[in-house]
Each structure stands twice: as structure tokens, then as C-alpha cells.
Design a protein around this ligand. Structure first.
Ligand code: SAM
Length: 255
């Protein structure tokens, strides 16, 4: 399935699933704030990070490929005070190939969205676009997961991701099957969504998405090829040292 349609079938669940996820927000807001100008966010989803940027008074152009996700993002931002809402420009677009007249002081690709790009060409094309849109001295934050040796050692993994109550009182239960393709550096994640009603009837949706995992030095080379110099790699959102597990958060700069 193309990236345009990938998230559409499960867009309705995204905010419910990520309701408690806020550990990364202050990191993104701080980095964007330090840059002190216009910000470009790629893979903005339903606006989880976008809204926090706007609330902090940051002007942000938010690019998202999925119409389903973007519709929810637009709806979500309606509840912002008008002076904050005006700071956001929503754009349906593709991080692999985009063009704006504006240059930005900061670009962010949060929550591993870049890992949806599966080929070297797609990755490079995205970072080249980023570089072209950054002002001199501007910064990029690129969020990736660090390939965990422990996880990769399993050919297949199964996890129960928990059960959540939906606004209409039904329950959503999710399980995950993860397979690793070490030759192509692809993790294929399959999520099974079971929505049960009060009569015990279950509606099932199965969503499969591949993610490319990247190694540290491979990522540095991609960034360097795009004219972006790596300043630091953090291992978590509290700026802990990178240690080959957990997060791999690159801060790179255009000189
Ligand atoms: C894991 S979600 C992250 C959403 C949001 N940034 C957040 O932190 O909650 C990844 C998002 O990237 C979007 N995406 C994937 N490929 C894309 C592309 N080529 N261009 C723009 N957005 C893309 C997906 O549609 C999805 O909304």
C-alpha cells in the first residue's frame, strides 16, 4: 500500500492510542524554540506535536500525506484559541518531494515518521528537500528508533498492546506481530484491532506497516550527503546519551 493511504484505515484510532504519549513534546518544542523562526514539521499526523508548537507561539507548516490523518488534525486544531490556530498551516504533501517558497529555521520529523520511507532514494530525496528548505544555520530534528540488538535477534515477536475504552463505551484491544527482515532492514509490524461491543460482538481490523531501521553511521552519511552536519545524537527525549537502544534523536545543522 502507498504511503498516501497507509494510515487512513486506522486514523480514527490514532489519538485514542496515543492519548498518553507526551514524553517527546517538550523536546520538540525546545528545539524549535531555540531556532527561533518558522518551523516545518514533516509527517504531522493528527497534530499531536503541531498543536504543542502552536501553543508555544511557534509558526508551523505541518505536512502530512494521509487525508484521514490530516482531516482529524484540522478538526483537532479547531479548539485552539484563534491566535494559536492561525500559527498553523496544514498541507497535504509528501516529505519525499515537496517545495515551498519559504525557508525555515527548523525542520522536525517526529516520532519515527521518516522510517516509513523504505529506500535510499526516498530517504535521500526527503533530506535533500529538508536541506533546501532550511535557512543557513537552521536545524533539523530527526527522530528514529535505535535498532535494538535484543529485539532484532527475534525473527518474530508477539505483544499485547493493551485494552482501551473507546468514547462510545466499546473496548479496543490491540495485539502486535513484528517480523524482522535483516537483509532489507525492514521491521514489518502487524497490529490487530479488536473492537468489542456490549454484546460481545467483535469487529476486527488488521493493519500492517513496514518500517525501515537505520544504523547510526548510515544516518549520519545520509544527513551529510544532504549538506546537514550532525551536532548530537540523543538516546531519549530528556537528552540522555545515545546508547544503541531506545531512541536515536539526531540534531543536525545546515552550514
Ligand atoms: C507515527 S505517525 C506520527 C504522527 C505525528 N508526527 C505524531 O508524532 O503523533 C507517522 C505519520 O507520518 C505520515 N507519513 C508517512 N509517510 C509520509 C510521507 N511520505 N510524507 C508525509 N507524511 C508521511 C503518516 O501518514 C503518519 O501520519
Amino acid at each position: 500500500m502507498g504511503l498516501e493511504k497507509l494510515y487512513d484505515p486506522v486514523a480514527e484510532f490514532y489519538d485514542i492510542e496515543h492519548d498518553k504519549m507526551d514524553c517527546d513534546i517538550s523536546f520538540y518544542v525546545e528545539e524549535a524554540g531555540k531556532a527561533g523562526g518558522k518551523v516545518l514539521e514533516l509527517g504531522a499526523g493528527t497534530g499531536r506535536v503541531t498543536q504543542a508548537l502552536a501553543k508555544a507561539g511557534i509558526e508551523v507548516t505541518a505536512v502530512e500525506i494521509s487525508k484521514g490523518m490530516l482531516d482529524i488534525a484540522r478538526k483537532n486544531s479547531k479548539s485552539l484559541p484563534s491566535e494559536k490556530k492561525e500559527l498553523i498551516t496544514w498541507v497535504q504533501g509528501d516529505m519525499r518531494d515537496f517545495s515551498f517558497d519559504t525557508k525555515f529555521s527548523h525542520v522536525l520529523i517526529p516520532f519515527r515518521s521518516f522510517q516509513h520511507l523504505q529506500t535510499r532514494d526516498e530517504q535521500q530525496s526527503c533530506l535533500d528537500c529538508v536541506s533546501r528548505h532550511l535557512e543557513k544555520g537552521g536545524s533539523l530534528v530527526l527522530s528514529l528508533f535505535a535498532p535494538s540488538y535484543e529485539r532484532l535477534a527475534h525473527k518474530t515477536m508477539f505483544n499485547h498492546l493493551g485494552t482501551i475504552e473507546l468514547p462510545d463505551g466499546k473496548t479496543l484491544s490491540r495485539t502486535e506481530r513484528v517480523t524482522h527482515d535483516h537483509v532489507n532492514q525492514i521491521v514489518t509490524v502487524q497490529w490487530t484491532y479488536d473492537v468489542s461491543d456490549f454484546n460481545g460482538d467483535i469487529k476486527r481490523k488488521i493493519w500492517t506497516f513496514p518500517m525501515r531501521y537505520l544504523w547510526r553511521f548510515e544516518t549520519e552519511l545520509l544527513l551529510e550527503n544532504a549538506g546537514l552536519e550532525v551536532e548530537i545524537i540523543y538516546g531519549d527525549y530528556r537528552r540522555g546519551e545515545f546508547n544503541h537502544d531506545g531512541e536515536m534523536l539526531f540534531v543536525a545543522r545546515k552550514h
